[in-house]
Design a protein around this ligand. Structure first.
Ligand code: PLP
Length: 477
């Protein structure tokens, strides 16, 4: 690593990325390549001798960019966004540049200490209950840790819940009797985590939701499922509530679910991977009422809070439960935070540095404005949908995700919305994804890519109308 050539090569890469952002709007949002395209373009073996960075960047331009779905395009409305920002990118560069490994406090004290501080900052921004803050602030033994993904956060909390339940007096100590509860809208990450921590797939309870409950869980549904299991000799162990479900952005009733969780002594996790970012904005904080009863809460700033991949914030009210499960050394023997015991891996990136740069360089007011403006654009899109009598909004919009479809009365048959999605995405001018809700195929339009402006939303809507018109005409012919 030669600091002199680093500066020069680094500038070449930064210029390349800046050009990418200048041009990204012009690229087809989704890639037209076929599986295996890249193998035909790249050599079969690694380079024997050093190549200049220019040659690598040329290949990225000619071989890699054409195979990308451009998540940073302002015309990207698929999945949930993976927001980027100059601050997030600079934070990533600093993290990679310093390249320290902060598995324990002693391995790199500032890595641990900054993470604790930044997680407290974020907790305060979200107005989380004091019990989730580090003990330095409230003395309760809670705190936050940064994981790479919600999936990791859920695996860790579920492992803690499992071990807490199995060691409880009165527990039969049988993992095959533990049951986990989620809704039919809960992200599959919870089901995967249950498998990973050894809970039999048959013990994963999927509680149905309906349009009547806004696709949210009901406390009654969860209570009856847990009561039936308890009566049949099972031990309810973990309940996941979601703020902002993946399919439609539904919100589970946290206060009521918290009460059920307390009643049955289960670990209550709240997954706000997407919509947690919105909860820094006063209008949305109400969705977190009830989180005080949760054992753990997670959200992904890499989705909607301008913090480039990857960054999942997880808070727990009892770090002891997490550490007892994930460490080989009892919590009682420690006096500093060793974040390796709050996660799966030993090694860990200095993600806190990125989040710190984002929070300082952008600032809370601008982060809130970013959320407000995305939600305003989504509201505008929703109004456009409502104004076209061929379409309908399929579920209540709560954040910046609009679910909609061509009405059955528009004609075109059962497959018409799938074909519309293919036509829109195939044009390369916009990109959306879909969900199946209440048995219906619906289109998801998620506003949030950092570069999206109102003109992109309006152009996407014109494209959707144009493709719908062509499709319906073709079907009628
Ligand atoms: N939970 C929800 C509600 C999500 O929408 C997603 C992804 O979109 C996840 C969890 C998975 O997050 P991750 O990719 O960080 O594991």
């Amino acid at each position: 690593l030669d600091p002199e050539s680093l500066s020069k090569e680094f500038m070449a890469v930064v210029d390349f990325i800046a050009d990418y952002y200048r041009e990204v709007e012009l690229f087809p949002v989704s890639s037209p390549v076929n599986p295996g395209y890249l193998r035909q373009l790249l050599p079969a073996a690694a380079s024997t001798f050093s190549e200049p960075i220019g040659a690598v960047l040329d290949d990225i331009k000619s071989c890699i960019l054409p195979g990308l779905t451009h998540w940073q395009s302002p015309n990207f409305f698929g999945y949930f966004p993976a927001t980027a920002s100059t601050a997030g990118l600079l934070g990533e560069i600093l993290c990679g540049g310093l390249n320290v490994v902060g598995f324990s406090w002693v391995a790199s004290p500032a890595v641990t200490e900054l993470e604790t501080i930044v997680m407290d900052w974020m907790a305060r921004l979200l107005e989380l209950p004091a019990a989730f803050l580090s003990p330095g602030d409230c003395g309760f033994g809670g705190g936050g840790v940064i994981h790479g993904s919600t999936c990791e956060a859920v695996v860790c909390t579920l492992a803690a819940a499992r071990d807490r339940a199995l060691s409880r007096p009165g527990s039969r100590g049988r993992i095959d009797r533990l049951t986990v509860y989620a809704s039919d809208q809960t992200h599959f990450t919870v089901q995967k985590a249950a498998k990973l921590v050894g809970i039999p797939p048959a013990n994963f309870r999927v509680i149905p939701t309906s349009a009547a409950s806004g696709y949210g869980l009901t406390a009654g549904g969860v209570r009856s499922a847990m009561a039936a299991d308890s009566a049949n000799g099972f031990e309810p162990v973990y309940l996941c509530g979601t703020v902002g479900t993946t399919a439609v952005g539904a919100v589970d009733p946290l206060p009521e679910l918290g009460e059920v969780a307390t009643e049955f002594g289960v670990w209550f996790h709240v997954d706000a991977a997407y919509a947690g970012s919105a909860c820094i904005f006063p209008e949305f904080r109400g969705y977190l009422a009830g989180v005080v009863k949760a054992d753990s809460f997670s959200m992904n700033p890499h989705k909607w809070l301008l913090s480039n991949m990857d960054c999942c914030c997880l808070w727990v009210q009892s770090s002891a439960a997490l550490v007892d499960s994930l460490s080989t050394k009892p919590e009682i023997l420690r006096n500093v935070v060793d974040y390796k015991d709050w996660q799966i891996a030993l090694s860990r990136r200095f993600r806190a540095l990125k989040l710190w740069v984002v929070m300082r360089k952008i600032g809370a007011a601008n982060l809130m404005e970013h959320i407000r403006s995305d939600v305003a654009m989504a509201k505008h899109f929703e109004r456009l949908v409502e104004m076209d009598s061929r379409f309908e909004v399929s579920a209540e919009r709560r954040f910046a995700l609009v679910c909609f479809r061509l009405k059955p009365t528009a004609g075109g048959g059962a497959d018409v919305n799938r074909r519309l999605l293919e036509a829109v995405n195939g044009s390369g001018r916009a990109f959306m994804t879909h969900a199946v809700v209440g048995g219906e195929f619906v289109l998801r339009f998620a506003v949030g890519a950092t570069l999206t402006e109102l003109r992109h939303v309006e152009a996407a809507w014109r494209l959707i109308q144009e493709k719908a018109g062509e499709l319906l005409m073709m079907i009628r012919l």
